[in-house]
Write a protein that binds this ligand. Structure first.
Ligand SMILES: [Zn+2]
Length: 450
């Protein structure tokens, strides 16, 4: 399904030799996935979800005759195109939809798929709550291209005793029987597919009383979680301050309310409009106020990751390294200089451990790499260190101006390392080619005193 343009790769390769490195290579696809509409029913007894997904897409090329998706642990029951049942096949991990006639470029079409999926890597069931885990393709029939954002309309049928949360805004809650209701969530701004998600559970709800964007926390009853409204209020007390800190650095506010869903165990995973955080982390934070990284980290992803998204895994540090750095910057704002330096020193320590274990790689790549090829220490920790070094190099004023310009320019879009470099160069009027070649595209590890 993906269209790899080999001749362009060669072109770029040759141009690297003759000129200054000027572009990052980005995957091309022959389909634009636009919108997903899903209606699902989770079953806590069989630990599965069942339902339909209607996928709206537009081919970039004429004569598209099939679609293919990862099947994983999903079972496909039927596929419809223009309300007619059509053929499909499963070959290895590929689920292939045969379109009845070749499609035209730049027109919107949709297919509707009936499917069922049991608990896999994509779903985590407990007896009183369930939530989705990366990747979306593990629980929803969907494409898996990082830069192809889509809107989402999700209806979840669940027990009246439970609360459901999805992406975007809750637009309807409708009782459908004596024991069940349907909650419908709509995400109208396109988001990366990995940020699609939902949670259902016997949650209590606590509002943090923020102005503008509402932040709420869903958590399990005290008997299960050892958490009370007072403890939640204490643990999440800084969320309003975090929100305004990140808003001021990005230059734009969130467009929808935000929620934390506190789930069993250790978990720190962003979705669009909410995040899943583990009870264990909340208890750690209640014992040590410095352990607030997960609350800040997941919220920061609303700007860097969910809105401004790395075009592919070669530029993953633009999601993660930047967010790790922003957590350090927030700690500096909240606790002072030492907390900032401690956070950066921790990143450096992780890098040094990776060097010792010979796990070294560049922070970003000019070629396209796949998810399994990411070196997480380099993307997260060295990525954060690169932002720290950029700040030291440019000074506070130019650094934060550049970051704001970058954030506003790429709001809702996908980015490459070169996009970031160009904006920082434009704003600062400093040539950063040598800096990026050495510290970002190169494997060199700085020896700095923090
Ligand atoms: Zn992250």
């Amino acid at each position: 399904m993906k269209f790899y343009i080999k001749h362009l790769i060669c072109f770029f390769y040759l141009s690297f030799i003759t000129s200054v490195y000027s572009a990052d290579i980005v995957h091309k696809s022959n389909i634009d996935f636009i919108h997903y509409k899903a209606e699902i029913t989770p079953d806590f007894i069989t630990k599965s979800i069942e339902g339909t997904v209607e996928i709206t897409f537009s081919p970039y090329v004429d004569n598209l005759d099939h679609l293919s998706f990862s099947v994983g642990a999903k079972q496909v029951n039927a596929v419809y195109f223009l309300a007619q049942k059509i053929d499909f096949s499963v070959e290895g991990d590929l689920f292939i939809v045969q379109l009845p006639a070749p499609l035209k470029a730049n027109k919107a079409y949709s297919v509707k798929i009936e499917y069922k999926v049991s608990e896999t890597r994509g779903l985590k069931f407990y007896d009183d709550h369930l939530f989705t885990v990366y990747h979306t393709k593990n629980w929803l029939i969907s494409h898996n291209k990082l830069s192809d954002k889509a809107t989402f309309d999700l209806s979840i049928k669940h027990d009246l005793t439970t609360t459901a949360i999805g992406n975007g805004t809750l637009v309807a809650r409708k009782k459908v029987s004596g024991t069940q209701l349907v909650s419908r969530w709509k995400q109208n701004t396109p988001i990366p597919l990995y940020t699609f998600g939902f949670a259902v559970g016997e949650f209590e709800k606590h509002s943090m009383g923020t102005s503008g964007v509402n932040i709420s926390v869903l958590y399990r009853q005290q008997i299960k979680s050892n958490l009370t409204a007072d403890l939640i209020n204490k643990a999440f007390a800084d969320t309003a301050d975090m929100l305004s800190f990140f808003e001021s650095k990005a230059g734009f506010s969130l467009e929808q309310d935000y929620a934390y869903v506190v789930v069993d165990g250790y978990m720190a995973q962003e979705a669009s409009g909410f995040s899943l955080v583990g009870e264990k982390f909340v208890h750690t934070l209640l014992n040590d106020k410095n352990e607030n990284w997960f609350i800040a980290h997941e919220l920061a992803h609303e700007w860097w990751g969910n809105s401004i998204t790395s075009a592919n895994f070669s530029h993953f540090w633009l999601n993660e390294g930047l967010v790790v750095f922003m957590v350090a910057a927030y700690k500096q704002h909240l606790f002072g200089e030492e907390a900032y330096r401690d956070e950066i020193a921790l990143a450096l320590k992780r890098i040094q451990r990776a060097v010792k274990e010979k796990r070294v790689a560049p922070v970003a790549f000019r070629k396209v790499i796949e998810e399994q090829d990411i070196n997480r220490t380099m993307a997260y920790s060295k990525g954060a260190l690169v932002f720290y070094m950029l700040r030291e190099k440019l000074g506070d004023k130019l650094f934060w101006q550049s970051l704001k310009r970058y954030s506003l320019t790429y709001k809702g879009k996908s980015v490459t390392t070169q996009d970031l470099k160009s904006i920082f160069e434009q704003v600062s009027q400093v040539d950063l080619t040598a800096f990026f070649t050495r510290w970002v595209y190169g494997q060199k590890i700085p020896t700095i005193d923090i």
